[in-house]
Design a protein around this ligand. Structure first.
Ligand SMILES: [Zn+2]
Ligand SMILES: [Zn+2]
Ligand SMILES: [Zn+2]
Length: 144
């Protein structure tokens, strides 16, 4: 896994924004959007403009320090490079995202797909969607 210190040895500077973004994603329990990150940085008194955040995120993805994920919301989310392969569940109402740290059986399916199609499979992408617990409660209240 690439570390912040590796950036220095590759000749890149460790700017405040760069460091803060990696650290924020490291402790976050869920993937965050660029807008989320701008808001958190702002709360912490780090005034970094949106353009810089987008540029830094792109750079950090290229350097392998963070991952970019597309949950089909129109904007991308970012998370620390996962220690294990996992999927996400997204709330269709409020866009809350949860990482699903559980084993999946899809590697078995991958083998079957290879057998059937001859494709060498590099990976898969799977998104679950539905209503989060908060939105389930809200939905029950509005229909009651
Ligand atoms: Zn929700
Ligand atoms: Zn995740
Ligand atoms: Zn999987």
């Amino acid at each position: 896994m690439t570390q912040l210190t590796d950036l220095k040895s590759r000749g890149h500077s460790l700017t405040k924004a760069r460091k803060a973004l990696v650290e924020l994603l490291d402790v976050s329990q869920k993937p965050l959007s660029a807008m989320d990150l701008v808001a958190v940085l702002f709360e912490r008194g780090l005034k970094v403009n949106k353009t810089t955040v987008y540029r830094e995120l792109k750079f950090l993805v290229e350097q392998g320090l963070i991952c970019e994920i597309d949950l089909g919301e129109g904007n991308k989310r970012y998370e620390a490079v996962p220690t294990s392969h996992h999927h996400h569940i997204v709330c269709q109402q409020c866009n809350a995202v949860t990482c699903l740290d559980m084993e999946d059986e899809l590697h078995l399916m991958e083998q079957q797909i290879t057998d059937r199609t001859g494709f060498v499979i590099a990976g898969h992408d799977l998104k679950f969607f539905g209503l989060c617990p908060t939105c389930v409660v809200l939905a029950a209240e509005t229909t009651a």
